[in-house]
Design a protein around this ligand. Sequence first.
Ligand SMILES: Cc1cc2nc3c(=O)[nH]c(=O)nc-3n(C[C@H](O)[C@H](O)[C@H](O)COP(=O)(O)OP(=O)(O)OC[C@H]3O[C@@H](n4cnc5c(N)ncnc54)[C@H](O)[C@@H]3O)c2cc1C
Length: 410
Amino acid sequence: MVTANWAGNVVFSSRTVHHPTSVAQLQELVAGSDRVRALGSGHSFSRIADTTGDHVRLTRLPPVCEIDTAAATVTVSGGLRYGEITSQLHEAGFALPNLGSLPHIAVAGACATGTHGSGRTNGVLATAVSAVELVGADGELRTVRRGDPDFAGSVVALGAVGIVTALTLDLRPAFGVRQYVYEGLALDDAEEALDAAYSVSLFTRWAGRGFEQVWLKQLESDPEPPVRLLGATRAPAPVHMVPGVDPKHCTPQLGEPGPWHERLPHFRLAFTPSSGDELQSEYFVPRAALLDALRAVDAVREKVAPVLQVSEIRTVAGDDLWLSPAEGRDTAALHFTWVPDTGAVLPAVAALENALEPLRTRPHWGKVFGTAPANVAALWPRMADFSALARRQDPTGKFRNAMLDTYVPL
Ligand SMILES: Cc1cc2nc3c(=O)[nH]c(=O)nc-3n(C[C@H](O)[C@H](O)[C@H](O)COP(=O)(O)OP(=O)(O)OC[C@H]3O[C@@H](n4cnc5c(N)ncnc54)[C@H](O)[C@@H]3O)c2cc1C
């Protein structure tokens, strides 16, 4: 029985965890419950997945990964993780446009919170979704498709409009990627470095030395990148971004070509991702405000650095999904992997939020944040539309929880 999230900082309040083995069983369960929420792979650091009622895990539903070759789409069942579908897609000659830093997360759970990878032209993972099949509050199964009036509110939906039983995702032809790591980049070169390849991540410990590492994920068909990138030089051996952790947890580097799904995530499925003992926060600013945001964090680095394991900067293309972190704007994402000590971390989170507040900074729904609820609601222009959709789809509030009550006004 699952009682806590992956990080262990959230102990769930659910009275029961159900594992339905068919969609019909799930429908019956949802129809008969007064409070119910889906739990994905439990990788969120916030209380977004919590409920005081019934938790539902979809891992025992029949696993479906059905590729439509002609349409270049795949329909995946709600319990599957990215790492359970990507090889099959690749073998069929297809790819997803992008992935997050780890393949361990459930597709439905990742899309529900607006999880993202990096890349100027890459949207959050939910932008690949063209249809969502879900069990509504009445227990009925329905499908919302791209172009339907409710679609843009039903994908990054925080579990508030139903339990997703299947997602249809757009595919592109399979592609190869080479991953290179560079060391030593100046803070002011961030803008240019982030556009240097298909997907780029900058890592810093905010120790006043710029970025210690630049991870470049380059299409195999693109020319080899320079040996020196701006002021940075290529790492001579594989590295992990968290000091002291074995690089064998990470996907292959040194320019060794490989399939998209073995290079776009930083971490390998068979290994613990990240440091494995941590909290995380992440903030999203308009891409045009990236340098201002970096300078704002630099100004409070003495509060941030002592409780930080590492910080990562990425880019995300703007989209039109109502609660996406990149809704309506090309985005820069500033991520923080903290030490696993909530009491020590919260003052640093507050200092960061204070420093970033003037930049219309949105927090990641699945990570630790303390932004005032009224400010959160004002940061997403379509929040009122989302609230209306949730109210209409779930009139008795069975999918709601304390976090939605706090941040998504009814
Ligand atoms: C080591 C680590 C690395 C990470 N890296 C990244 C990263 O690179 N980029 C990034 O953006 N985030 C990252 N995250 C955060 C993570 O991707 C998100 O928290 C994501 O939501 C986790 O997916 P999950 O399935 O574990 O969701 P859960 O935490 O289980 O649930 C999240 C939300 O999804 C809802 N949900 C889950 N399944 C369903 C369903 N079937 N139907 C309806 N709602 C559902 C839940 O109710 C809840 O509201 C990372 C987290 C960890 C632990």
